[in-house]
Design a binder for this molecule. Sequence first.
Ligand code: NAD
Length: 253
Amino acid sequence: MADWNGKVALITGGASGMGASVARIVVREGGKVGLCDLNEELGARMVDELGKDNAVFHKTDVSSLEEMTAFVDGSVDHFGQVDAMFNNAGIGGMGSVIDLDEAGFERVIRVDLFSVFFGCKAVLKHMIPAGKGAILNNASISGMFGEYGMSSYAAAKGGVINLSRSIALDVARRGIRVNTLCPGTVDTPLFSGLKKAPSVFDTFVSNVPMGRIGAPDEIGEVAAFLLSDKASYLTGAVIPVDGGITCKTGFPD
Ligand code: NAD
């Protein structure tokens, strides 16, 4: 188990799903977390759960550089340091290029891709002078393939993958690691809408070699490891945590 004693992790989208899972793991292992999210009510609930000494919350729209910078600077001021950042907040994006208008495409690109650029930019300002740090960006296996009817989401997540690789190269000799997480299908509020359409949900499940979707903590444990010093020789990597989806072609019999 990674040791988070005396360490601080910043987490975007930390009020729910995988972000909340990583926050709970870091605090459980002795660390402290700066959380941001658009959802103030859930953010406040996380601080109550984790304890005011261990967690601070900033209402933030991650698609704004100004707000992301305020979140990062405010959290570093509060705790006096930052060791790790999980750029995790994101939204889904349905619609093919035929249906999508410019505003719809731009919204997903801003929330899912620009946010990662903004988060890295804001936190590197602190990590570079410190000469250490770990960044993990949450993409998706949707960034590794084309996706039917999800062009904005697949484009944004594909962008996150190669943005992360490029930043990893930019800072590799400055003691900072940058990796990309690619979850498969995970049981979070972002995904739960599909449960209302059983046929679509069944298609997702049957596409997973392990035969089930993932739980947030099954991704959170991997993410917390990648953000920790235990992963000290890992940078520029793209890591699927997907029940086997990306290791196959076609559907099971
Ligand atoms: P979630 O909905 O539980 O959590 C996402 C959080 O991001 C929410 O709390 C939401 O309020 C916040 N958020 C959304 N837009 C924001 C904005 N503009 N500013 C600040 N916060 C904002 O969903 P999750 O599944 O835990 O998603 C986390 C990440 O994982 C996302 O980037 C998502 O694309 C990615 N992902 C999810 C799945 C899945 O199946 N659930 C699969 C692959 C990748």
